[in-house]
Design a binder for this molecule. Structure first.
Ligand code: CMP
Length: 137
């Protein structure tokens, strides 16, 4: 059914000038962009967004990285967009992400404590609702 999801172009994607290329792929797939914001997220917003990762080894580096510069937050809509965006984003680790995906084509492993993997996409209807409420309050 028609869904909404939260997509983030992370600081590495914005800094590398890949925002347009990433949004192009979302629109080319047929999804509609219905919300768009650029902001440097606060640690408070990121702590709420990443609450399920608290305590993991990559948590602190993740918050540091995500608050290091501007991100582009996108509300995208479409039939099964949650699963569909995760499919075009590719696997979390850019080294193994399939060619043809955003991370597979454009992502780099920088050998850091956190995967700077260009994009985030909500992983379920529940997290999409929760995350859209945080980023598009
Ligand atoms: P994201 O979809 O934003 O959700 C959590 C983020 O943590 C993930 O993308 C990656 O940027 C990062 N991440 C997840 N798993 C690992 C891992 N095993 N090692 C390093 N970073 C990770």
């Amino acid at each position: 059914s028609t869904e909404q999801t939260l997509i983030l172009v992370k600081p590495d994607g914005v800094a590398r000038g890949l925002t347009g290329e990433i949004l192009r792929r979302v629109e080319a797939k047929g999804y509609t962009i219905s919300g768009l914001r650029m902001l440097t997220p606060s640690r408070e917003l990121l702590a709420a967004h990443y609450e399920e990762h608290e305590g993991k080894p990559f948590y602190e580096p993740l918050i540091e990285f995500m608050s290091s510069g501007p991100v582009v937050a996108v509300r995208a809509e479409g039939e099964r967009v949650i699963e569909g965006f995760r499919s075009i984003a590719g696997a979390t680790d850019p080294t193994v992400a399939a060619p043809g995906t955003i991370r597979g084509d454009l992502g780099r492993d920088w050998g850091l404590a956190v995967q700077q993997n260009l994009v985030h996409g909500s992983d379920s209807t529940l997290s999409a609702e929760r995350e859209l409420g945080l980023w598009f309050a």
